[in-house]
Design a binder for this molecule. Structure first.
Ligand SMILES: NC(=O)c1ccc[n+]([C@@H]2O[C@H](COP(=O)([O-])OP(=O)(O)OC[C@H]3O[C@@H](n4cnc5c(N)ncnc54)[C@H](O)[C@@H]3O)[C@@H](O)[C@H]2O)c1
Length: 316
């Protein structure tokens, strides 16, 4: 059985470890921060509880996840290494260089980068052909989708292997033909956020209205029919005609985002600072976390992506 090593045991690293361990894999986790490594077991326990692992199975699953005090220790016991360190190019480069000194030349390395181009992440590697973009969504032990993409120098055999392993875990993998910042999911998500900020900036509506529109219309439609199928469904003539009318009015902004710039200047950085696009009085954070988790569970149970029957969507 494949043994995994995860570098970076933060939010994503510990979550990916749980997803892999639930599927029966052994996982070693290393983190540069000793405190993060020290509370790995506790966070794994909480995640197993949250994702509904049966009480009698929790100890067995948790035992598959071990803390590796050093990168060398992790490298020694890993057939595939997952890089889940912060989204900063210099940190990724430093970790990949250190890893390449410790693992074999053909050990696959999966980078969990969200928006950095994989080709940039691979720069300076001795064997960039083994680096694959494997983008999990949070929480990785709940969300079915994993996006897989090659960098310019990635050998496609490593991409195929990644898809096979992930499909074996019951994940819904999509395989991109080439490396683009943000894969598919974050590009779609942030195109929408940009347009929402544009509407705020123009004084069309407030932030609550944007969330109401989304949650009471598009969010109901999209789990059943995606935007491409919907475009066909309404007809491509109509789709083109709507796009021709609307496109000139949509945001093409880059660089500055005045609504965010102003809020951030005022110290309103969102949930953690008590205010952002919306007010965050005491108790709201916990309520939103509960609602988010319950909502994802409800949607999963209702959709064909139920945890027991995750659909394989990769076109290979
Ligand atoms: N947060 C999300 O929702 C999400 C979703 C998908 C992908 N990602 C991506 O996953 C990666 C990790 O994000 P995260 O949210 O888990 O961040 P995080 O800050 O929670 O975790 C990163 C961990 O890496 C550790 N670290 C830093 N430098 C290190 C080093 N040199 N060696 C070993 N460990 C080191 C840190 O101590 C920290 O525990 C990023 O590339 C991010 O873009 C994040």
């Amino acid at each position: 059985m494949i043994r995994f090593g995860i570098v970076g045991g933060g939010l994503m690293g510990h979550g990916i470890a749980v997803a892999l361990a639930r599927a029966g894999f052994g996982v070693a986790v290393h983190d540069a921060d000793p405190a993060t490594l020290a509370d790995l077991g506790e966070r794994v326990g909480q995640a197993l509880q949250r994702c509904g692992t049966a009480v009698e199975e929790r100890a067995t699953v948790a035992e598959r996840i071990t803390a590796a005090a050093t990168l060398t220790e992790l490298a020694r016991s890993s057939d595939i290494v997952v890089e889940a360190v912060p989204e900063r190019l210099e940190v990724k480069h430093q970790v990949l260089a250190a890893l390449e000194e410790r693992v074999g030349d053909v050990t696959p390395i999966w980078s969990n980068t969200s928006v950095l181009p994989l080709t940039e992440v691979a720069k300076g590697m001795r064997h960039p052909r083994r680096l694959v973009g494997v983008h999990w969504w949070n929480p990785p032990y709940v969300i079915p989708l994993v996006e897989v993409a090659p960098g310019a120098e990635t050998d496609h055999r490593f991409v195929e292997e990644a898809c096979e392993v992930l499909n074996g875990l019951g994940k819904t993998t999509v395989r991109l033909q080439r490396d683009v910042p943000g894969f598919v999911g974050n590009r779609l998500q942030f195109a929408l956020v940009r347009e929402a900020l544009h509407l705020l900036e123009q004084g069309v509506c407030d932030a609550v209205t944007i969330d109401t529109v989304m949650r009471s219309s598009l969010a109901l439609r999209w789990p059943a029919v995606g935007p491409m199928e919907n475009a066909d469904f309404i007809g491509l003539e109509l789709t083109r005609s709507i796009l021709r009318s609307l496109s000139p009015h949509l945001s093409a902004r880059t660089g500055d985002f005045p609504v965010l710039d102003e809020l951030l200047r005022a110290g309103h950085g969102g949930r953690a600072s008590g205010a952002g696009l919306l007010p965050w009085p005491e108790g709201r954070s916990e309520e939103v976390a509960r609602r988010l988790e319950a909502g994802i569970r409800h949607n999963l149970a209702a959709s064909q992506h139920g945890p027991a029957g995750v659909r394989r969507a990769a076109k290979r």
